[in-house]
Design a protein. Sequence first.
Lengths: 241, 92
Amino acid sequence: MSYGLQAENPSGGLVMSADGMGMVYLGKASFVQNEAAPDFAFYFGTNVQFKRYRITTTAAIVLPFLALSANICGVAKVEPNATYWDFVVFNQNTSNVCQPLDIYCFVPPSSAPAWGLALYRADGTLSHALGGSRPLMFSGLADFPASTYTRTVPSLTIPAVLGFSSGYIDPSWVLVDPESGFWRADGYVQGFKLTGTTLYRSQIRFRVGDLYEFEVGTSPGSDDYTAIPCTAYLIDANGLT
Amino acid sequence: MAFGVQVLDAAGTIVFDSNTAFAGVPADFFTVSQLAAGVNKTYPEFAGRTMRIVTLDISGSAGIYTIDYALGYPRLIVPAAGIVSPTVVVMA
């Protein structure tokens, strides 16, 4: 580090640094409406319903932690605005119906606390405000290597995960029109679910019946993002209201 | 506690403890408008640390961005094409 204070855990991992962003708890995002799952590729197909949540803040960055359960959850779309951030999320049960969930939002501190400890970066900007709102502390970290779908995580009272997800097209392509090169596939999204202390990265279908056009005589290949590594950061949201 | 940093709230409850915290400090973030294609970012202040990328939403298409340490400190490689994620967080 270049400046100030840092702390490590017993295994040498960095847990606090004046060079970083000392996020503090802001509150839960509020439910806005149900809406069709976002379709960034604008392919043809029928989308399932997801849920839009909103947190009012002028912060430059908001980290959303989604309460984990047996449902498959994740953030499908982030929409930053000047005075609020929206998250279109999925939390699908086994019938692929989006269930309500708690989203715990952390933001960088906007001012030094009235008491406690403030840390600043080398450029003089506020890094940590310890003593006001609850600081972000990770209570679990799960690295998913490529093509790995389960990891064991600590037992937490109210586990919540930072919302990674990735798009995914069913590699089981069906050639529906050889003369025009049309192939059909369904769209899937990856999310997290928790059973006991086993964290799964699972997939759920969010778009049905996409049509893709490829050059006649060619194959679309596979779009399987499960072969890509990802990392889940967990918190214990117990006490956050 | 034997060593380290603890933070207590007004009620005396421990809300941060460096003995039990898992590694991870948010170091940087960007939205698509804040990042130019093909322009890498470097983090010399986090030399010696492993950094990770968290894409927050579906369009992140994880794997577009990579971290390397060829300079002796973490460097985020941004491809010249394919910048699609609105919000990405870099963790130290």
